[in-house]
Write a protein that binds this ligand. Sequence first.
Ligand code: KG4
Ligand code: ZN
Length: 371
Amino acid sequence: MWCLGIESSCDDTSIALVKDGALVAHESASQASLHALFGGVVPELASREHARFIGPLCDNVLRGAGLTPSEIDVVSVARGPGLLGSLLVGIAFAKSFALGTGARLIGVNHLHAHLFAAGLEQPVELPALGLLVSGGHTQLCRIDGPGSVRVLGKTLDDAAGEAFDKAGKMLGLPYPAGKVIDELAAGGRADKRLFPRPYLDNDTLDFSFSGLKTAMNGYVAAHPSIRGRWDADSGAVILPEGDAADRLADVCASYRFAVVETLAVKTERALSRPDMRDTASLVLAGGVAANAFLRERLAGLAEKYGRKFIVPSPALCADNGAMIGYLGWMLSSRGFFHPLDLEAVPRGKPVPDDMCVATAPAEKTLWRFKS
Ligand code: KG4
Ligand code: ZN
């Protein structure tokens, strides 16, 4: 079964081809340098860029694989949560593709796609505990199957990626700042008491990162010389002079420590819950899963609790069409599909469980008009 995966939920346009669960081709266009000029994603610009890139990317992927559109069996699209205008570009494209070729349509939950992405690279034994950390979401989930993911706890305010991005803005670093902070932190020494590890003194699996951002704001206001600068023309990060550069690295290491430790403490509490004892794996997913210290810390937790540690390679942590194609393939091979009135789900709204179940194996005539 050939499945075309389409991702356009935020600022990455990405198209992939998945054949029977294996990644065959994958092309993305990042808008990061455009949005960096504004210090964050500008939704209207993001939608326009998706509309500009989506057709050529799809064409490249199909041509590269030597396929024609009519050979695609399933078209899988991220249907939310995300930026509404951005999602609508991908969904309109997917519906047109399905209508024009007769391929089946499936709209997938972008967050679930992150959680299953590692399956493209290695077998993932279920049930699993999942920690999903991205620019817009931070959740601990129990994963029983592709249609069965239960949220155990989530952020009450900012996401972990947002905590990195907003701290980066205060430090004069380019958007999205998570990777830059991670790299600077590698050369610094963490002061474990410089930043609080927020919202741990409770018995929920929820998170709260907004206080951490306030702490960074206070620190930068008191030590403005540690701020870096981003040169938009060259794309280079300009570090401060002398000791201030070392201090910046130490502050990045301290901040990374606070975010990662907070995530690790709640993950450990989830692993020790009686209803999680049957989990075989600990899955780390989402853009922040590329963080070197978080990967190391969670690998240690998995070992301590006797779970297999599953994390995608860094390229599959960020938003990508491959994970959308993969989850779409998993769902459609179990008979699920969506009709052409599939709706986009903006951030903050729950993604409905509104898939239909086909009674016959995937047929390519589903959308044909009656003659
Ligand atoms: O999953 P993703 O690509 O997009 C969303 O669905 O949000 O995640 C993007 C987030 C950004 O906040 C970015 O700063 C963060 O992932 N990120 C990192 C790292 N690489 C990307 N955060 C910490 N360390 C990294 N190495
Ligand atoms: Zn994402």
